[in-house]
Design a protein around this ligand. Structure first.
Ligand code: GTP
Length: 364
């Protein structure tokens, strides 16, 4: 049975004022009673609501990678290419190169890949275009395999996941989906509403908390983000949660002050746990294109990103940015977002991803 806390609004709890100027110096000491928390007790048992009950109707049978990714620019481009060009010739290779470049794979990665295929064509390694297609599939999978590294949250308790990224990329939605995923695995999860910039962001996270029946540690809009997340970690430690997922405000990588705030959050957390945060998960909007590469570079410099989530790959994304990120940084791609529903976050799988873009069977 799911065990709930009574709604905890301890009147003795010190209400934290809005932004603290120097959290480093005045780190909160009693975060067991966060200023504002929606607090059913985290539980090791699976939530009473089954995934099917939480998910929107269309998520009852999660759609395949192919269904989700088939509409992307790269999938349509590659599908059409092999349909139009049954002949194994230079025109096919030239068009392949154009498709890869215009799908955000990146110029260097695209030309290198196509050049290596061209040489193999010259050596007569392929009997026909179908053989080339298979070799292309293999080459694409090879590029992604090194970044397929799942996130093990059992290495530390509580495991602290800090979710960062620019505005609107899908951070809060991803947190909701992650919570669902880890609850289903029987973990105690808590959330920290570290996006104190937008009032709506706190409400949005609380809604995900209620939906998943997990506590959300929050303060008001304008509160100090590091303070909220510090409170939440104290709470997670005392309540023996397995996982604390902290939201942060969306920020442009060009906003120096806000980028510095991320470093401050990490420093403040280390006062409680020298290893925290255990994962800095950067969320990337898959429709952003090559700009995603500079975003990751800046965030990585500011806080040391340890894993990526690429969202919105189901929509109008060109789909190639995943290859560009893999090649540029080699950072683990932990998950991909293939839709807005709670079950639409998938652990990244290189082969499934490439299958979604270019299926094994010649259905093109
Ligand atoms: N199609 C699609 N939409 C997504 C996905 N992930 C998130 N979204 C949508 O993207 C929009 C923005 O998501 P949020 O979670 O609010 O983004 P955020 O990064 O928290 O935004 P800020 O708090 O403004 O920085 C919402 O409409 C989500 O439903 C995905 O994988 N696929």
């Amino acid at each position: 049975m799911l065990k709930f806390w009574k709604k905890k609004n301890d009147p003795t709890a010190p209400k934290r004022e809005a932004a603290q100027d120097d959290v480093d110096a005045n780190a909160p000491q009693n975060a067991d009673a966060p200023a504002e928390s929606v607090a059913p007790e985290p539980t090791r048992e699976a939530p009473s609501a089954a995934p099917e009950e939480i998910a929107a109707p269309e998520e009852k049978a999660p759609r395949s990678w192919r269904e989700r990714l088939g509409g992307s620019g790269i999938a349509r481009g590659l599908g059409g290419l092999f349909k139009r060009n049954p002949q194994l010739d230079d025109a096919l290779l030239d068009e392949l190169e154009t498709i890869l470049i215009t799908s955000d794979v990146g110029v260097t990665a695209s030309t290198t890949l196509v050049e290596s295929l061209r040489q193999r064509v010259r050596k007569r390694e392929f009997a026909d275009a179908a053989a080339l297609r298979n070799a292309l599939r293999e080459a694409l999978i090879e590029q992604l395999r090194p970044v397929q590294q799942s996130l093990d949250v059992t290495t530390h308790t509580p495991f602290v996941m800090l979710v960062v990224g620019v505005n609107g990329v899908g951070k809060t939605t991803t947190i909701g989906k992650l919570t669902h995923h880890h609850l289903a695995a029987g973990r105690k999860v808590m959330l920290a509403a570290g996006d104190t910039f937008r009032a709506a962001a706190v409400e949005q996270l609380k809604t995900w908390g209620e939906r998943n029946q997990v506590p959300v540690v929050a303060q008001g809009q304008g509160a100090d983000s590091a303070s909220v997340i510090f409170d939440a970690l104290q709470g997670a430690q005392s309540r023996k949660a397995d996982l604390l997922i902290a939201d942060t405000a969306g920020r442009l990588h060009t906003q120096g002050g806000l980028m510095d705030e991320l470093g401050k959050i990490a420093r403040v957390l280390k006062k409680l746990d020298a290893d925290a945060p255990n994962e800095v998960l950067m969320v990337i909007d898959g429709t952003t294109g090559q700009n995603a590469v500079s975003q990751v570079r800046q965030f990585h410099q500011a806080i040391g990103v340890t894993g990526l989530v690429v969202t919105k790959l189901d929509g109008t994304a060109r789909g190639g940015v995943v290859f560009a990120l893999a090649r540029e940084f080699g950072l683990p791609i932990r998950y991909v977002g293939l839709g807005e529903g709670i079950a639409d976050l998938r652990p990244f799988d290189a082969e499934a991803y490439v299958d979604g873009l270019l299926p094994v069977e010649t259905d093109a």
